[in-house]
Design a protein around this ligand. Structure first.
Ligand code: UDP
Ligand code: MG
Length: 370
């Protein structure tokens, strides 16, 4: 279903209006011919980033969440627009004001007035970096979407190299802050541990999940839902559909203006998110097989123990009152039944989720029909 617009586009390259489907099912219509030229829709084989001489048509969307960054924004604008103009590709920059309490929005409007490629979305309140990114993705028209922090810690000068890497045929290129300029104990150490853990759990080996500077092909984002603090793990979340991921070292600067929005407390949230993602990726399509298996084993063990105790009681006149095993076996038995029931409920919910929302359980890359 997702690949339909791409194939339609290939067969009928110049037809208008074009539309593409976003992850939440909204149809974005490109209203005029100019838009469709700026934004040639993806080829059937994914997104045509690498198209030889026509590469200058690659349309890039930069997505930047902004929360109380008034001092950084003009500097960001200067360096980013210099890099993007030099690239000579069509681009848009979507800045999402995530309910800033300082002067950020006024500065953003000023930037938009200077350069209309810089588009501004303003949230009613602070929804968090992940939701800000989601809003950016939902409205981005580019074939390649690049995310960046607004605080000048990422360096726009890395963008050309990242795009080049993308052209080698990757779906995601992830920045790696090799020389990270953040506090050691509250930020860098937990991050090293978390990255190792995530890499191992998801079998997606990246050193630096937390680096915002990442580039994605459009269709990857269309198939990824973002909740909680999950924008960091898009590579892991996207791994279920089979993606090619590259990592490359990028610059990282210390924060010059404003304050970091997160502290050590984020570690706990990261752990909770990892558990959720692991569960959703690995077990959500087959809850009965996971819960059910534990349930059946526990039920059998519980039954066996209980039976043994009953036999002892009846035929050997052993007393039950002073045996903790009696209580334990009943707990195991009940736990087992609970797990089986949970598996069944999980199955029902999983089916309702996929059938009710029309969410596919698979993702097609190519479909050669005729
Ligand atoms: N940010 C946001 N909403 C929030 C918190 C942060 O949009 O609720 C933005 C912030 O303005 C910055 C980026 O997310 O552009 C990363 O935030 P920060 O620099 O504080 O995080 P760190 O670099 O320390 O991971
Ligand atoms: Mg930062």
């Amino acid at each position: 279903m997702r690949s339909e617009p791409t194939i339609k586009n290939r067969l009928n390259n110049s037809s208008l209006p074009l539309s593409k489907e976003t992850s939440n099912g909204k149809d974005i219509k490109y209203s005029n011919a100019e838009d469709s030229v700026k934004n040639p829709l993806p080829d059937a084989g994914g997104i045509a980033v690498n198209c030889g001489n026509t590469d200058s048509q690659t349309y890039i969307s930069i997505v930047i969440p902004v929360y109380n960054e008034e001092e950084s924004l003009l500097h960001l604008y200067e360096s980013l627009s210099a890099v993007l103009e030099k690239l000579g590709k069509t681009y848009e920059v979507i800045l999402i004001d995530d309910g800033s309490k300082d002067n950020s929005y006024a500065v953003l409007v000023e930037i938009h007035n200077k350069n209309k490629n810089f588009k501004i979305i303003r949230f009613r309140r602070n929804f968090g970096q992940t939701q800000a990114m989601r809003a950016g993705f939902d409205n981005a028209k580019g074939q390649v979407v690049i995310t960046l922090d607004a605080d000048l810690q990422n360096d726009p000068a890395d963008i050309p190299a990242i795009l080049e890497k993308m052209n080698e045929g990757y779906d995601i290129v992830s920045g790696w802050r090799k020389n990270r300029r953040d506090r050691l104990f509250s930020r860098r150490m937990p991050s090293v541990i978390a990255n190792r853990l995530i890499s191992r759990l998801f079998n997606v080996h990246i050193h630096d999940y937390g680096c915002t500077l990442k580039a994605y092909k459009r269709d990857i984002l269309d198939n990824v839902e973002l909740y909680g603090e999950m924008h960091r793990y898009i590579p892991a979340v996207a791994s279920w559909m089979g993606v090619k991921i590259a990592e490359m070292p990028v610059n990282h600067h210390a924060r010059k203006y404003g304050k970091a929005k997160y502290g050590i407390s984020r570690t706990v949230r990261v752990i909770l998110d990892i558990i959720t993602i692991k569960f959703l990726l690995t077990y959500s399509k087959k809850p009965m097989q996971i819960f059910g298996l534990i349930g059946v084993i526990a039920t059998l063990v519980g039954l066996g123990l209980t039976l043994w105790l009953i036999i002892e009681r009846i035929f050997f006149e052993a007393s039950l009152a002073n045996r903790p095993l009696f209580i334990l076996s009943i707990f195991i038995l009940l736990g087992g039944i609970q797990f089986i029931t949970m598996g069944l409920l999980g199955e029902i919910m999983m089916r309702t989720y996929h059938e009710g929302t029309g969410k596919p359980t698979y993702v097609i890359k190519d479909f050669i029909k005729d």
